[in-house]
Design a protein around this ligand. Structure first.
Ligand SMILES: Cc1ncc(COP(=O)(O)O)c(C=O)c1O
Length: 374
């Protein structure tokens, strides 16, 4: 059966052009451990990693690639940030649509939080923030876009409010990248956590942080280990990126991500046009409710729906097993969002388009939905 992949919000498929080749070349010809060898391939590996940092710094508006640190994904990046910046005596604000990457990290590290309410389409209400801020509130942690509704958040407005109360603003850019313009702005947006395998169409296993100088000076390492530098001390180096990069990183993944970043300007807007066509169809069928914004201006290419009178789990299963259309059903690791949107009981079916989604695939998906709902 053909494969129509509409689960790009989980992970992109296919990966960007050039990713597989770059990873293959690295593994078959060039593998070495950066910072751990005084020979050509180790130097080259270090250069490749620095090159990827520079591309990410540019993408996220940083002028210091050394303050781009790698980790396994955005989840580990957020844990590094939360555990390294905050204590149990602090308090943070989060939006009502945060992913468990934020909520569970706060829970695991015992950081108290308050939830800023969202409207019925998952938009954060910045005006609700002041009443929630306490003396010990230290940070606002906010996703740039919801993974359930695709809602693009008013990050600038929220960050300005947070700044006026002296809070750090830390962005979970997992879903917003690259649709949402999310850039580091020291004292306004001081940390961006990213993941390489979703909108950037890189491989799984690479994410990280982009930090401002001010925030970097306030974060402590929570994992210790070798860095290939300052090996005479049991303490982690003070300098970045080593301070937050204990142990060998996913170099082959970083090489793949670097190739994906090269492809980014060429990737086009197939995800947007495909999503727009799906959105029009969903809005035209009275049985289907789109959860989230009804226009493309306010959303990423992630669409969640519920369908009156249909079991959503069964619908998603039949789309997959009878038509090869791969979507995701359930809570999408974001129960808080469903609580805010009133869909905790039903969950949603999520369709998320990617750079390689074609209009023919969308026609086929619409036809399949019509058949299944008939
Ligand atoms: C908004 C958001 N944050 C965090 C994550 C976690 O991403 P990862 O699994 O790459 O850590 C996701 C994944 O779906 C997400 O959508």
């Amino acid at each position: 059966m053909r494969r129509i992949y509409l689960d790009n919000a989980s992970t992109s498929f296919p990966k960007a052009v050039g990713v597989v080749q770059a990873m293959n070349d690295y593994l078959t010809e060039n593998a070495a451990n950066p910072g751990r060898g005084s020979y050509e391939h180790a130097f080259q590996a270090m250069e490749n990693v620095m090159d990827c940092r520079a591309k990410l710094a540019k993408l996220f508006g940083s002028d210091n690639p050394r303050l781009v640190t790698f980790s396994l994904n955005v989840t580990t990046a957020l844990n590094t940030l939360i555990a390294g910046l905050l204590t149990r005596d602090d308090h943070v604000l989060v939006s009502g649509v945060e992913h468990n990457a934020v909520m569970r990290a706060l829970h695991v590290h015992g950081i108290p939080y308050s939830i800023i309410p969202c409207d019925s389409e998952g938009r954060l209400i910045p005006e609700a923030m002041p009443a929630l801020i306490k003396a010990k509130t230290k940070a606002l942690i906010l996703s740039s876009a919801s993974n359930v509704t695709g809602t693009i958040q008013p990050i600038q407005k929220a960050a300005m409010l947070a700044q006026s109360y002296g809070l750090w603003t830390c962005i979970d850019a997992a879903q917003g990248t690259p649709t949402v313009d999310c850039r580091l702005q020291p004292t306004l947006i001081d940390a961006i956590a990213f993941t390489g395998h979703k909108g950037l169409a890189g491989p799984q296993g690479v994410g990280g942080l982009v930090l401002s100088e001010q925030l970097a000076n306030n974060i402590v390492p929570t994992v210790g280990g070798g860095t290939g530098s300052r090996s005479d001390s049991f303490a982690m180096p003070e300098t970045f990126p080593d301070r937050l990069e204990a142990g060998t990183q996913n170099i082959v993944g970083i090489v793949g991500l670097s190739a994906a970043l090269d492809f980014l300007p060429k990737k086009g807007d197939a995800d947007r046009t495909s999503c727009s066509r799906l959105l029009s169809y969903f809005l035209s069928d009275g049985r289907i409710t789109v959860i989230g914004p009804k226009t493309m201006q306010e959303r990423t290419s992630v669409l969640s729906i519920i369908v009156q009178g249909f079991d959503l789990a069964e619908l998603a299963y039949r789309l997959g097993s009878e038509y090869g259309i791969q979507t995701r059903y359930g809570l999408h690791c974001a129960p808080l969002a469903h609580q805010s949107l009133g869909t905790l009981q039903t969950g949603t079916i999520r369709f998320s388009c990617g750079w390689a989604t074609t209009s023919e695939q969308i026609d086929y998906t619409i036809a399949a939905m019509k058949e299944l709902l008939s």
